[in-house]
Write a protein that binds this ligand. Structure first.
Ligand code: SER
Length: 603
């Protein structure tokens, strides 16, 4: 059975049981600040689980795209994925345990449906704890269907409780169904839920009876609901008896493309894991970028950061396979071609997806080798001194200067038998934010918002100041800066109105630096060292105080709290809107960055 047939069979089956087929929601949750991505089918349905009437009725069925990166380290085994499709059937205050379990069993075992041998099915139920009793009702229903007691396992909350999706919301006990792969057991206590891979979870029926409140209490919901979830990728890999999800038609073309790009063979275990990671992460990145709701691009915060981390991790593992630059775009094309008949949004957003992947891969390439050299240097020094821990400061520098996600540094460190001081990293991170805030205050109003638009404009301000000094002379000094997500405003000392020729020249110089795509790097040093090194220092720091110096390639060097774009190529086109007097001897420029031309990837 193919994935296309499975989706169709599932929806038709539940339609025949009175469910309305609804479309899956966006991967980027709407109006839900508690989660970065849709991690389960329940997200878009939370208001209805809480009692609001759904326009399609009380029985629904759907296929929901999900992203879960909590288990990212596990990707590389036979079944873990950061993106997957989940089939679901829903009761909103309608049927409950009996129907849910009986229909699950029918769909799993009926010859017209999945046709699994009933003797290969085992299940788990909630064992109960304070306040919530053991789920005797589900046990009785499973027994009634012929599942013998030795294949019904009662497990604690960490195994058999689902939700809420964020911090608060609907949740409840669940019953999970497993297919025995018939591999030998890993030990005497091997059972469903064991991670050895003998039992593969195929479906989860959640009985949402509780609402978790902000103060951590579980209060009964106004209505009891059913939320079930069956992963498409895992299910077809079991139906097709493939050793892993990566051998199904959902991945086969992608794996073939990876293999055709790979260099000379590397050790089998390394290759096996690396190619799966590359495939998984780029598939997920393609779906995130291709989401119809949009709004997520590689960046340093929230969902943008998750996306960046996925792409950068894929780049790193691709290198292990000897895959050269420019591969992300090639693989994304394969993903789009393989899925566009199911998710037409991927085709609609093809140009955007490819352009973003090209840009992020290039940005990362720029800093990767410099960062890797820095890492190797530090790791060698630590080993020489018999130390086993990489400092938080170094991890932060790798993040801030070279764009290494912390998790990536941790992985690199682990490969060398080193740990990373996470607490030290967090401390360095907070200190950096504090420094940025202080600096913003110095800029009177400063960067009110650390969004990406303001970050890019901030970097543009550095280029502008340097360009003004080149065109007008060294007397140009910053008098004030104010940045909103729309524009920058820069006040500087200069005695007269600038001529159109001077303005055009300043614009040209800034755009030239953007075209050169200079890396923006940061170093920490004392204010004296900064001044001695030729950095522009705009605010008064105490003697000996540590400051951050940001450089845009060889073009500009400035004491500043950040944050900045990773490279000037991210900025787009710089345009001066206005030049006017601000006060005696001080001029004011307002300028904008126009979005980059998209869809012109270099082949
Ligand atoms: N919400 C449950 C899960 O994700 C069932 O859909 O497993």
């Amino acid at each position: 059975m193919t994935a296309d047939q499975l989706r169709d069979k599932y929806l038709r089956f539940f339609e025949s049981k009175g469910h309305a087929v609804i479309s899956g929601a966006s991967l980027i949750p709407e109006n839900d600040p508690t989660v970065l991505f849709t991690t389960a089918g329940m997200h878009p349905l939370v208001p209805y689980l809480l009692g609001e009437p759904h326009p399609a009725g009380r029985r629904l069925t759907d296929v929901q795209k999900c992203v879960r990166t909590g288990d990212i380290e596990a990707v590389g085994d036979a079944s873990h994925l950061t993106f997957f499709e989940m089939l679901g059937n829903w009761s909103l205050g309608d049927y409950f345990k009996r129907e849910a379990i009986e229909w699950s069993y029918e769909f799993l075992t009926s010859k017209d449906c999945l046709g699994f041998d009933p003797s290969r099915i085992s299940v788990t139920v909630f064992a109960g704890d304070d306040g919530v009793p053991r789920d005797e009702e589900s046990i009785a229903i499973w027994r009634g269907l012929g599942i013998p007691p030795e294949r019904i396992h009662a497990l604690p909350r960490e195994d058999n409780w689902w939700g809420p999706a964020g911090q608060t919301g609907p949740c409840g006990p669940d019953t999970e169904m497993f297919i025995d792969t018939l591999k030998p057991a890993c030990g005497t206590d091997c059972r469903p839920g064991c991670h050895c891979g003998k039992y593969l979870e195929i479906w989860n029926d959640v009985f949402m009876q509780y609402n978790k409140t902000a103060d951590g209490r579980y209060e009964p919901l106004r209505q009891v609901n059913v939320d079930t979830g069956m992963g498409v990728e895992r299910t077809i890999s079991m139906l097709q008896e493939r050793p892993s999800v990566f051998e199904t038609e959902l991945f086969a073309p992608l794996m073939a493309a990876i293999d055709s790009l790979a260099g000379p063979p590397v050790a089998a275990e390394v290759a096996c894991r690396a190619r799966r990671i590359v495939a998984d992460h780029l598939r997920t990145a393609t779906f995130i970028l291709g989401d119809p709701r949009g709004g997520v691009k590689p960046g340093n915060l929230g969902a943008n950061y998750v996306l960046r981390r996925l792409i950068r991790r894929a780049v790193r593992y691709a290198k292990l396979l000897g895959i050269g630059s420019g591969f992300a775009r090639v693989l994304a094309e394969v993903v789009i071609d393989n899925y566009r008949h199911v998710y037409p949004e991927l085709e609609e957003k093809r140009a955007f997806i490819l352009a973003e992947l090209v840009a992020e891969e290039e940005r990362f390439e720029k800093t990767l080798s410099a960062g890797q050299r820095e890492f190797d240097k530090v790791a060698a020094a630590l080993r020489q001194h018999g130390q086993t821990q990489l400092s938080g400061r170094t991890a932060f520098k790798l993040y801030d200067t070279y764009g290494f996600p912390l998790e990536m540094t941790e992985e690199l460190a682990a490969e060398q038998g080193l740990a990373v001081d996470r607490a030290g990293y967090e401390a360095a991170f907070s200190k950096h934010q504090e420094l940025s805030r202080q600096n913003d205050a110095t800029f009177k109003g400063g960067l009110a918002d650390h969004g990406e638009a303001t970050t890019r404009l901030h970097t543009a301000t550095h280029l502008l100041q340097k360009a003004l000094q080149i065109v007008l002379g060294d007397h140009v000094q910053q008098k004030g800066s104010n940045i909103t997500p729309e524009r920058l405003r820069f006040d500087f000392t200069h005695g007269e109105k600038m001529t159109p020729g001077q303005l055009a020249e300043v614009e040209r110089i800034v755009n030239e630096q953007i075209q050169r795509n200079l890396p923006v790097t940061m170093e920490t040093m004392t204010i004296e060292e900064a001044r001695a090194g030729g950095a522009m220092a705009l605010f008064t720091a105490k003697y000996g105080e540590q400051v951050k110096v940001y450089s845009a390639g060889d073009f500009s060097k400035e004491v500043c709290g950040g944050p900045h774009a990773a490279s000037t190529g991210e900025l787009g086109r710089f345009r001066i809107q206005k030049e006017e007097s601000s006060s005696a001897g001080v001029r004011r420029i307002k300028a904008v960055l126009e979005s980059r031309a998209l869809g012109t990837p270099s082949c």
